[in-house]
Design a protein around this ligand. Structure first.
Ligand SMILES: *[C@@H]1O[C@H](CO)[C@@H](O)[C@H](O)[C@H]1NC(C)=O
Ligand SMILES: *[C@@H]1O[C@H](CO)[C@@H](O)[C@H](O)[C@H]1NC(C)=O
Ligand SMILES: *[C@@H]1O[C@H](CO)[C@@H](O)[C@H](O)[C@H]1NC(C)=O
Length: 482
């Protein structure tokens, strides 16, 4: 047998340039670095300088000799798009870097040839470039297996007459997604399914559907999930995509492998550090599991009217709350808002607001007994891992289906999607933190135990990560370069 040429394994990581996509790719990069694999992380100039300013990521990754950043062409930009159009604009602009990517893969101007490309599973042009340059492409979808599968089945859903939606009754059952019959309703489908015209090729719906179906062309698919959480869905998926590596929750996996406490990725700036110390100090003074943590993630915005409903609902519930309100999270903020005196009082007595909170630390804090969340996948996994029951108020995309699983399948909390009035919110908080507290605490604790089992030695995720590392190193041996 001929000796394999000795090229070091070098993975090119290409995330979609939004925070919720970049963070899990960082965790994956670090896991690969720990296994001695060289990693190049493609990033926009803007994102890189933002990381330098607000986080310790740049210095943290500097300690891995095999890791480096490479800047994407200035072409990648969302221009002046409105928040809801940012994704679409970035998606369009990313396609223009195809020639750049080809150059990187054929090694033009590169000391280390790329042996494997791991890209966000929403950029099919990377599959084209991979095929052309014969570099294997592994897809990484950062959302749940459930949302992936719903998009994958979009043609079936349309053929079954379950999309587009007719009338306002979004409680109509959806039976065309194998594995989800019996609990999926139209309102639980990822929000792009709420499209008026399913044939509009520039719609978010069409893009997600087409992109997801292209996954069959990738060498393998990585998902940030674990078997005990999504087993029935993952087995459905395996019938279409043979090579799936599930090794979530990634943030926990990294902690387990590093065997030390790692700080969460978005810490470091002095103002957020100040806020972090103060909100943890406030939590330290609260009774065990008495606080509901409220955060709508890094992108969601609310109107002033919705904000007031949440505020009344939380204050009227009589429970303690820690609320993250980003300065830019109120869409129509004119700074003129008057707060009623009763809110001020309730707020002083039981509430605490911050611009930013160290989410992993907050969820792990003994005083926290619930999480009012937008049901982003990252937040959902963090909450599951810490055994914190949820109230779900999904905002967009995969959040609509994640929250259905939380409420109906895993029984880890309450799903209040598409409603936002103070009575619903008050009632949900009273249930989660009071009347049904024990019930939810029990199921949340059970799932947290399974999540820990999955990432620890002997668990399925632990095993899958080792397998991915081994398989990537094998690709190296077989790689052919132009
Ligand atoms: C990341 O970069 C893209 C493209 O320049 C930009 O649209 C986006 O707002 C940036 N996000 C952050 C958090 O810097
Ligand atoms: C930027 O986009 C244009 C087309 O929009 C393309 O011709 C050019 O090659 C792109 N530049 C890079 C560096 O990818
Ligand atoms: C998850 O999202 C929260 C809120 O956006 C953020 O603070 C946290 O750093 C994220 N965690 C990971 C592991 O990406």
């Amino acid at each position: 047998m001929a000796e394999a040429p000795c090229i070091p394994t070098h993975v090119l990581i290409f995330p979609f340039p939004l925070q919720g996509h970049m963070n899990p790719m960082f965790k994956l990069s670090e896991l690969l670095c720990l296994a001695g694999i060289h990693v190049t992380y493609l990033i926009t100039v803007q994102n890189h300088s933002r990381l330098l300013q607000n986080t310790d990521i740049v210095s943290r990754y500097a300690k891995y000799p095999g890791f480096r950043f490479q800047m994407l062409p200035e072409n990648v930009s969302h221009g002046n798009a409105q928040p809801i159009k940012i994704f679409l604009q970035l998606y369009e602009s990313l396609k223009t870097v195809q020639p750049f990517l080809r150059d990187v893969l054929v090694g033009r101007g590169q000391a280390r040839p790329v042996t494997c490309l791991i890209t966000d599973g929403l950029m099919k042009f990377t599959l084209d470039v991979g095929e052309e340059t014969r570099v294997p492409v592994v897809y990484f979808r950062t959302a749940s297996a459930a949302s992936f599968w719903a998009y994958f089945c979009s043609d079936k859903i349309v053929e079954g007459g379950e999309c587009p939606f007719e009338g306002d009754d979004m409680d109509f059952p959806v039976r065309s997604v194998p594995g989800m019959e019996g609990f999926l309703r139209q309102r639980d489908l990822p929000s792009p399914f709420r499209v008026p015209d399913i044939n509009d090729t520039s719609s978010f719906y069409k893009i997600m559907s087409v992109e997801t179906q292209q996954t069959v062309r990738a060498r393998a698919l990585i998902l940030n999930t674990f078997q005990d959480l999504e087993k029935p869905i993952i087995s459905q998926l395996s019938t279409q995509i043979p090579d799936i590596y599930t090794f979530g929750p990634l943030h926990a996996h990294l902690k387990a492998r590093m065997d030390v406490e790692t700080t969460s990725s978005m810490t470091g700036s002095s103002s957020s550090l100040w806020e972090m110390l103060h909100c943890i100090k406030w939590l330290d003074e609260q009774p065990l599991k008495s606080v509901i943590y409220v955060s709508f993630g890094s992108l969601a915005t609310v109107t002033t009217e919705q904000l007031m409903e949440f505020w009344f609902g939380l204050v009227n519930s009589g429970h303690r709350f820690l609320w993250v309100i980003r300065l830019d999270s109120v869409a129509d903020n004119d700074g003129e808002q008057e707060f009623p005196a009763e809110l001020e009082e309730g707020m002083k007595a039981r509430g605490y607001t911050v611009n930013w909170a160290p989410q992993e630390e907050v969820l792990a804090h003994p005083a926290v007994g619930g999480f009012l969340t937008h049901s982003g996948w990252n937040s959902t996994l963090e909450s599951i891992y810490e055994g914190v029951p949820m109230i779900c108020w999904p905002y967009a995309t995969d959040q609509q289906i994640n929250s259905r699983f939380v409420g109906e399948v895993w029984k880890l909390g309450l799903d209040i999607k598409d409603t936002c009035d103070k009575f619903t919110i008050e009632k949900a908080v009273r249930n989660l933190m009071g009347a049904r507290k024990e019930e939810f605490a029990k199921s949340a604790k059970e799932m947290a135990t399974l999540a820990r089992k999955a990432v620890n030695e002997g668990g399925d995720c632990h095993h899958n990560l080792n397998k991915l590392i081994k398989d990537i190193k094998m690709m190296n041996v077989n790689a052919h370069h132009a």
